[in-house]
Design a protein around this ligand. Structure first.
Ligand SMILES: C[S@@+](CC[C@H](N)C(=O)[O-])C[C@H]1O[C@@H](n2cnc3c(N)ncnc32)[C@H](O)[C@@H]1O
Length: 355
């Protein structure tokens, strides 16, 4: 892993400690890309997520690699959404997610009551983190902490129980009770906007602590291109999404953002080209994305994602390649000429429902 002191062959998977880089860089991510700091989130990712989730009309939603929860909170505000779960292995992200939870002390927005914020008997290994260790804890509510569903083979959760309740290796997601969130009816049989709770669990995409077919929709935004174990992660998506449900995948465009891509200035012809790096070879690397900020990246050809989804019965029903949004183009003069090149790729896959 060049630049991080660990040598690494880019054709081979990254060592597990590469994931720790998110722990180190969570603050950088939060400052640079959340709470409206980033025009691509503000002008593109959030509106697209709202559009696609609104079309799918889910009641239960899973945010895989939720970070500090910005998109979980967006999903939770959508009409009809009763329950949102966010999972991420990085505790510094989950701690920020809890602080930013509407209704939490210190949260800036208070448009959704997350509930009673009460943890019982939690044995949080790192004091002050406010998270519950699976097997010992009863974190009864969204505001109280996150379930430690963990890397250590947490058993699958049952939905329908008390939200956020982590017990004997089960993280129970409360699709029915949704963390005591006030899910008020708007008088027309629909749920009022802003009423769902978000439950967080510390878990990786490759071991989701939920039972089969728990969710109407799942999404992962700028996550899968950072992790090893793609097939395992997609298999987990196929397992936890119900037949007929959707998976939304937001990625750095795998064709146009290959490592080694970038602008080439042709001084003789006075032209600028976007060079594309070697596309077909998988590339596992740690890249410096900002000064002293090193993040794991795994490049895979697009077919790897589409075929992985198809292998678990999830078929592509929409593909969006948006032009970079105006706020991004304004900040980067060189990209103004590249308004015709997408940076983002969004795929919607739907799980085949047997008749
Ligand atoms: C670029 S951030 C995106 C966060 C969030 N999806 C968003 O759009 O704001 C990538 C996130 O992936 C998480 N992550 C890293 N390894 C992961 C894994 N194996 N499974 C799930 N998430 C992972 C990181 O902790 C980080 O929060």
């Amino acid at each position: 892993m060049s630049g991080t002191g660990l040598p690494h062959d880019p054709s081979q998977p990254l060592p597990v400690e590469a994931q720790q880089l998110w722990e180190v860089n969570a603050g950088w991510w939060q400052r640079s890309f959340t709470e409206g700091a980033d025009p691509e989130y503000r002008e593109q990712i959030v509106p697209l997520l709202i559009e696609l989730l609104t079309e799918a009309a889910p009641a239960t939603v899973l945010d895989i690699g939720c970070g500090e929860g910005q998109l979980s909170r967006v999903a939770a505000r959508l009409p009809g959404v009763r329950f949102v779960a966010g999972v991420d292995p990085t505790s510094s992200q989950l701690e920020a997610a809890l602080e930013r939870q509407p209704g939490a002390r210190g949260a800036e927005t208070g448009d959704a009551e997350a509930g009673d914020a009460e943890a019982r008997d939690a044995e949080a290994p790192d004091a002050g983190a406010g998270h519950a260790e699976a097997g010992h804890a009863e974190a009864r509510d969204a505001g109280a902490g996150y379930a430690e569903a963990g890397d250590a083979g947490a058993e699958h959760a049952a939905t329908g129980g008390t939200a956020g309740h982590a017990e004997t290796g089960h993280a129970e997601t409360g699709a029915a009770e949704a963390g005591h969130a006030e899910t008020e009816d708007d008088g027309h049989g629909r749920r009022a906007p802003g009423s769902a709770g978000v439950q967080y669990a510390r878990a990786t995409a490759t071991a989701l602590p939920f039972s089969d077919q728990s969710f109407d929709a799942a999404f992962a935004c700028l996550v899968l291109e950072h992790i090893e174990g793609l097939m395992e992660a997609i298999t987990e998506v196929g397992r936890v999404v119900r037949p007929g449900g959707s998976f939304l995948l937001f990625m750095n465009h795998p064709l146009l953002q290959v490592p080694g891509s970038g602008w080439v200035d042709d001084d003789i012809l006075g032209e600028q080209y976007w060079r594309i790096g070697p596309y077909l070879a998988e590339n596992h690397a740690v890249e410096e994305v900002d000064k002293n900020v090193w993040i794991p990246f795994v490049h895979r050809p697009l077919s790897v994602y589409v075929n992985a989804l198809a292998a678990v019965g999830m078929y592509l029903t929409k593909m969006i390649e948006p032009a970079p949004p105006p706020g991004f183009l304004e900040k980067a003069e060189e990209y103004r000429q590249a308004a015709g090149f997408p940076r983002l790729l969004v795929l919607r896959a739907e799980k085949f429902a047997l008749p």
